[in-house]
Write a protein of this length. Sequence first.
Length: 331
Amino acid sequence: MSSFPSRAICIGQHGGVEQMKLVNVTVGEPGAGEIRIRHHAVGLNFIDVYQRSGLYQLPMPLQLGMEAAGVVEAVGAGVTHLQVGDRAAYASQPPGSYCERRVMPAKCVCKLPEAISFETGAAMMLKGMTAQYLLKRTLPQGGLQAGDFVLFHAAAGGVGLIACQWARAMGLQLIGTAGSDAKCALAKAHGAAHVINYASEDFLARVKEITGGKGVKVVYDSVGKDTWDKSLDCLSPFGLMASFGNASGPVAPFAPGILGPKGSLYVTRQTLFTHIATREGTQAVADDLFEAVTSGKVTIRIDQRYALEDVQQAHRDLEARKTTGCTILTL
């Protein structure tokens, strides 16, 4: 059986950035339902930090990374939507994208339109599909209509900048929060109707001011512990609190009884991988994203590029909130 060389980033145990090691591995032929892909660029995401640190526990040893773009080198039995030579991109379980090539399940891999570069494809799949399922599928009672207010935390991050643009195209009044004036300016430039620097302003007071005391229909929150309590108070009656990350740490347990007096609120914890659990589901979300990007409604901003061997520094910068937009590893 043929084997092919690849460099990959692996960890032997959960911990700090020093756990990530560049190793040489060999990759074989794809089995049924699998492909082998040669990466041109790899995306970085906060979920990678959670998986490395142990906030999300995974079996060891582990090859990190959830998204990438490249060219299909081989196709296993039963795979019909991809062919050898196809340009492709994905956000997919299981982890393993921090490498030159890999064998992986084909169901979450999508053909990449010619109009989208490998770097853009690698940067946008996980973050763009996350923005898609949030704004299009994770909806408050009665849905969202043009003119509605929504609150989006970490609006200058990879998901946030995509969401700002997409929300503007949908006619939504997106209120974006970020941790510095520069990041707020970035979110505003990408379509946020209002911005709040939560390092220097009380975001709850500002949301009430912006909405004339009514609050927002939905809060999209990837920050977690630090923003949770005030976010609930930003919601209008029957509003939806949509948690999709824990950048500041996991949300503490709370009593469901508090949701009644606050306005009969709804709470949900979302993850992309439920939305893309099937081939059809993946393609539907990806097609909407591809249309948004190729039409110009959404521009994917890549602000940081690191070589594969510099992944430790990439994680340091991500955790220190030094990054904006999307971050990729180049090969």
